[in-house]
Design a protein around this ligand. Structure first.
Ligand code: LLP
Length: 428
């Protein structure tokens, strides 16, 4: 949606601004974010889930203060997973009550910060953390609301590194192994903790809702066991995030309304079967909101034709602004966006400027054969897990995020400078 033209190019605009103007004004590489698109996606999730559910945007996908304000205005809550994300959220005015804090090894300091701020939900992930949090809440004289994160034992069909609900991984407490039931027992014994629900997150970039259905069924199963063992019904379940987006034309994501319908149906059905009241539902989409809203704008620096092999197009960024291709074998598309071209398509590999050959942005892509240094190319769908996973490898400066709306562009995260890098480097 964001990049207006097809794979072989044409001068593109975003939010009413020509990409060439953006390159001139803000330089390249740059993440260009369509603010209306971001807000519309956030609102779309909010509306799809309605009043009986909460949508927590997963800040790990991409977070900055402007994003926190948009989420607040559009009625979303926020999921954070570190003291850093929490600090950004609080500094931009997200009410602490609307924040949920995740993570498999939150530090004592992070837990203290979260409890002191009045964070609405802390999702506990281990026995140690239950004890640690209870102690901290007790010291602060607070009764902290918690959810227990469970491992539902679902094999999500996605890359191994981002699948999180099979048994052999680090997150959550096992349902089948009894860890989840034991965690519930422990939390219920602690005065400073108030158990409000169960949390499950099965993975990321998932297209098939079957995994969510199994997760929902098993989470409701646990609610029913808890009722039988303890005589209480927990009021909330959180089914996490993980809905996939289209990186290439082969990906076919579902609409939030269909996802909401499927999840509500299964939760209602399972609750009816178990004789439970329907709990309040939460979901945590990150990629599905942020991902499609942004493209990375690069300038072509060199075009190297390797006879009989392929053409390498080097851009002014690379694995430091998008590690996903190297890390997950992720697929992206690319388009020439600074001019149109009638030249034949040529098979290219778009690579970065880093000192290793795995520094690939787009593995296989057709670009016009007359592509030349100075052309601008755009890689769509880089709004999630690109800026948030960006690094300073080779002391390359992380690009800015430029938000465009109604013909106006403004920097919401500025480009790093060499002074930024040097500031961390202590001369001794
Ligand atoms: N909730 C929890 C507890 C999570 O761990 C995650 C993602 C989400 C929600 C949001 O998932 P999403 O809707 O964005 O798929 N760096 C990887 C993705 C890691 C996801 C980690 N957890 C990537 O670039 O694909």
């Amino acid at each position: 949606r964001t990049v207006a033209r097809g794979p072989l190019g044409g001068a593109a605009t975003v939010g009413g601004v020509d990409v060439r103007t953006l390159a001139e004004e803000f330089g390249t590489p740059a993440y260009i974010l369509d603010e209306d698109d971001f807000r519309a996606r956030a609102r779309g999730w909010r509306e799809a889930f309605g009043e009986d559910a909460d949508v927590f945007y997963a800040g790990k996908a991409f977070l900055c203060r402007a994003v926190v304000r948009w989420l607040h205005e559009e009625g979303l809550n926020l999921d954070v997973c570190s003291g850093g994300e929490l600090a950004v959220a609080l500094s931009a005015g997200m009410p602490a009550e609307r924040i949920a804090f995740h993570g498999n090894n939150k530090s004592a300091h992070e837990l203290e910060q979260a409890v002191a701020a009045g964070v609405g939900r802390i999702v506990v992930d281990s026995f140690e953390e239950i004890a640690r949090l209870a102690f901290i809440a007790d010291e602060q004289g607070v009764r902290q609301k918690v959810l227990v994160r469970v491992t539902v034992g679902v094999e999500a069909h996605t890359h191994e590194f981002i699948a999180t609900a099979h048994e052999d991984q680090k997150f959550g407490l096992s349902l089948s192994g009894g860890g989840a039931a034991e965690a519930v027992r422990r939390v219920l014994k602690l005065e400073s903790l108030e158990l409000v629900g169960i949390h499950s997150h099965i993975g990321s970039q998932i297209f098939d809702t079957a995994g969510f259905e199994v997760a929902a069924r098993r989470v409701v199963g646990l609610l029913s066991e808890i009722r039988d063992e303890h005589g209480i019904q927990l009021p909330e379940i959180d089914l996490g995030g993980g809905l996939g987006i289209a990186y290439t034309s082969e990906d076919d994501p579902s609409e939030p309304t269909l996802i909401a319908k499927a999840l509500f149906e299964i939760v209602r059905r399972e609750c009816a079967a178990a004789g439970l009241r329907v709990p309040r539902l939460s979901v945590e989409p990150g990629r599905a909101i942020a991902g499609p809203t942004t493209f990375t704008l690069y300038e072509v620096g060199t075009v190297k034709h390797l006879d009989g092999l392929r053409t390498y197009v080097s851009v002014d960024g690379g694995m430091s602004d998008n590690i996903r291709t190297a890390l997950y074998d992720a697929e992206y598309s690319v388009a020439l966006v600074s001019r149109s071209s009638d030249a034949e398509p040529m098979l290219t590999r778009v690579v970065g400027k880093h000192c290793e050959s795995g520094d690939i942005v787009v593995r296989d892509a057709f670009l016009p054969a007359d592509l030349a240094p100075g052309d601008l190319i755009a890689v769509p769908a880089t709004g999630a897990y690109c800026r948030s996973m960006a690094s300073n490898y080779n002391h390359v400066l992380r690009p800015p995020v430029v938000a465009v709306r109604e013909g106006r562009a403004r920097v919401v995260v500025r480009r790093e400078t060499e002074e930024d890098l040097l500031r961390l480097d202590i001369d001794c």
